[in-house]
Design a protein around this ligand. Structure first.
Ligand SMILES: Cc1ncc(COP(=O)(O)O)c(C=O)c1O
Length: 369
């Protein structure tokens, strides 16, 4: 039995987006960020496709995600933090770990020594994100202590930006200055790093200096899926990777004055051909699309009428007289010349593209094409 709502992920477009990001971010290498099951899209095939496209390493958020990718033959790296009881297994699997404090460095060092291994680590600097890491002003002294610990290969130093979507952001500039001052202090102690990285998709697009010397790596997530943070500008020529589609389940001609859906938020003003579509908020459609969004049927844009419910939504089919039950409905993606983008939903919901992609429902069948 086929799933009604299907999310197609075009792996060749994904690979093309990877190449486009690499060209713009050059000379930096590009590390895909595939945390949270590749933003909910399904990490296994996406990771394989990106490694085939040349990704030299992959970043995730937590140990479970790292273990899923260890077979790929490239370094797998945890970005933001590690719990004490997670360290032993991660060291045993050669996962690249973040150091966010002297304590975390001591625990990783002790686990590595106990296992007669060398743990590869990247030091995470908090230059103004305020979420995790070693404060930039405390870093020079801590780096000296961390560098003296046994069993550690201190391979990288990195930081993260909260405001990189702002073109010419003065705060991002301050963060860069803080980061570079730590790099210089470390160098004066003889500590150099193979990888220096800071840029996410926002920075790649809006702060080009984060892709230049001394940086040699960027961390890219949302852009690979063809989406971007509409709060900023887009420099990378991306193509949409995702198509979310379903089908029409019923078509009726309703009389004038007929209320539609929960809350009766829509009422037909004249006789109207109304289609019922098999997708609702359980599939990830924002409730905010009720009476405001649209879908594509036979290449035409058709307004959503009434409130979206858990499994269904209703549309005004007056402009598509040839539509019939079972026909394809494009919720996100292209149909002929018409297109609905992740950013369109994000703007109607008043959120960002990450929220939209990560909210696609668990019952939606993910298919890689
Ligand atoms: C530390 C870190 N780096 C990079 C990224 C990738 O961000 P983006 O999807 O905007 O490229 C994330 C994602 O939130 C992150 O937490």
């Amino acid at each position: 039995m086929q799933h009604r709502v299907v999310l197609s992920i075009d792996l060749s477009v994904l690979a093309a987006n990877y190449t486009a990001v690499r060209e713009i971010a050059s000379p930096c290498a590009v590390m895909p960020v595939l945390k949270a099951n590749a933003y909910g899209l399904g990490v296994a095939r996406i990771a394989e496709a990106l490694v085939a496209a040349g990704a030299p390493r992959i970043a995730v958020a937590e140990p479970y995600e790292a273990l899923q990718l260890c077979h790929l033959g490239v370094p797998i790296q945890i970005l933001s933090g590690i719990l004490p009881d997670e360290i032993e297994e991660m060291v045993a699997h050669d996962v690249v770990l973040p150091i966010v404090s002297l304590e975390s460095a001591q625990l990783i060092s002790a686990a590595a020594v106990a296992q007669h291994r060398i743990a590869t680590v990247h030091l995470k600097l908090d230059t103004g994100m305020g979420r995790a890491g070693i404060l930039w002003c405390e870093a020079p002294e801590l780096l000296r202590q961390i560098a003296s610990l046994p069993g550690l290969n201190i391979e990288g130093l990195f930081t993260h930006f909260p405001l990189a979507y702002e073109q010419g952001s003065s705060f991002t500039h301050i963060q860069l200055t803080r980061f570079k001052s730590v790099v210089a202090a470390a160098a004066s102690e003889g500590l150099c790093f193979q990888y220096l990285h800071a840029a996410n998709s926002d920075a790649i697009n809006n702060a080009p200096e984060t892709c230049q010397h001394p940086f040699n790596l960027v961390r890219c997530g949302i852009n690979l899926h063809g989406a971007f943070d509409a709060a900023g500008s887009l420099r990378v020529p991306l193509k949409p990777v995702l198509t979310l589609q379903t089908r029409l389940t019923q078509i009726r001609t309703l009389p004038a004055g007929m209320p539609i859906g929960y809350g009766h938020t829509f009422q037909t003003s004249s006789s109207m051909r109304v289609g019922t579509v098999c997708a609702g908020y359980a599939d990830g459609l924002p409730l905010a699309l009720s009476n405001r969004g649209s879908v594509l049927i036979h290449g035409r844009r058709v307004p959503i009428i009434g409130r979206i419910s858990m499994d269904y939504l209703t549309v005004d089919l007056d402009s598509v007289p040839e539509a019939s039950v079972g026909d394809q409905v494009i919720l996100l993606g292209k149909d002929g010349e018409a297109e609905i983008r992740v950013q369109d939903w994000a703007s109607i919901k008043g959120t960002h593209a990450y929220d939209i992609i990560c909210s696609i429902g668990s019952r939606v069948k993910r298919v890689c094409v």
